[in-house]
Design a protein around this ligand. Structure first.
Ligand code: OAD
Length: 234
């Protein structure tokens, strides 16, 4: 069903559907709403300026949900694939949870940031591991410089991380596989357009993504069931 040769270079883009079977609701399943706020209105720099407590309430909730989640067969399949393909696999995720790493993947590019990291909103101190929650009435932590500590997340209106590396990998890859992502949020939704004229392009998920016409193959189903079967031949 899925063949890959030693000369192939595989770029994988995972989305929220990959973590759904671990119990983390996808954005669309969550109805894009939290406490009657659109998620885009909480996950943005304007919300941080206006109401940092609300923003930390939201990310504290997400840290709690993600702490309880465990890797599922899709995460495990990619960890195994990495051990087989080594640097011929480039794994890029829009997910901010750490389930790929918990499954054993060593090289994961988190283009939308990492839920269990924080950074200073004012100075250029490096992002650091942070498992704490800061829901009200907990005080918002402060950096030594006095700035507020914020989640290390790419908010709507901000530039995703590692785009240079991702576009270099897109130049080199021969196969692009997008999994469990609705194909709505840019720039990730356009990665496949970038390679469509020369690479094999595969979508795997429970329904057609918005950019389905750009893929040469679409496999419909739950990723936890489909992926281990797709990779069984490797
Ligand atoms: P979405 O919630 O938009 O889409 C999840 C996709 O996964 C949908 O197309 C579902 O059909 C599919 N899906 C759900 N459960 C599945 C399962 N068990 N197996 C297979 N597919 C399944 O999530 P993303 O596309 O990842 O950005 O969202 C992209 C970005 O939009 C997120 O990273 C976030 C968000 O708003 C930022 O926060 C910047």
């Amino acid at each position: 069903m899925f063949t890959i040769t030693p000369s192939d270079r595989l770029l994988v883009l995972t989305g929220a559907g990959v973590s759904a079977e671990s119990g983390i609701p996808t954005f669309r399943d969550a109805g894009d709403l939290w406490r009657n706020c659109r998620i885009e209105d909480v996950a943005c720099p304007e919300a941080w300026q206006r109401d940092p407590r609300l923003v930390w309430d939201f990310y504290s909730m997400r840290r709690r949900v993600a702490s309880a989640a465990r890797p599922n067969p899709t995460h495990l399949a990619f960890a195994k694939l990495e051990s087989l393909l080594r640097d011929h696999l480039f794994l890029c995720t829009q997910n901010v949870d750490s389930l790929h790493e918990q499954a054993g993947s060593k090289n994961v590019v988190h283009m939308h940031g990492e839920l269990f990291k924080s950074r200073c909103g004012a100075c250029d101190r490096s992002p650091f591991e942070d498992l704490n929650t800061y829901a009200a009435p907990t005080e918002i932590p402060r950096c030594d410089c006095g700035g507020r500590i914020r989640p290390h997340i790419c908010w709507f209106g901000e530039m995703p991380f590692d785009l240079d590396r991702i576009f270099r990998a897109l130049e080199e890859c021969t196969v692009v596989m997008a999994i469990g992502t609705s194909g709505i949020v840019e720039p990730a939704a356009s990665f496949v357009r970038h390679v469509a004229s020369r690479a094999r392009t595969i979508y795997i998920g429970s329904e057609d993504p918005a950019n389905a016409r750009l893929f040469s193959e679409c496999h419909m189903g739950k990723t936890g069931e489909l992926l281990p079967r797709l990779f069984a031949a490797l």
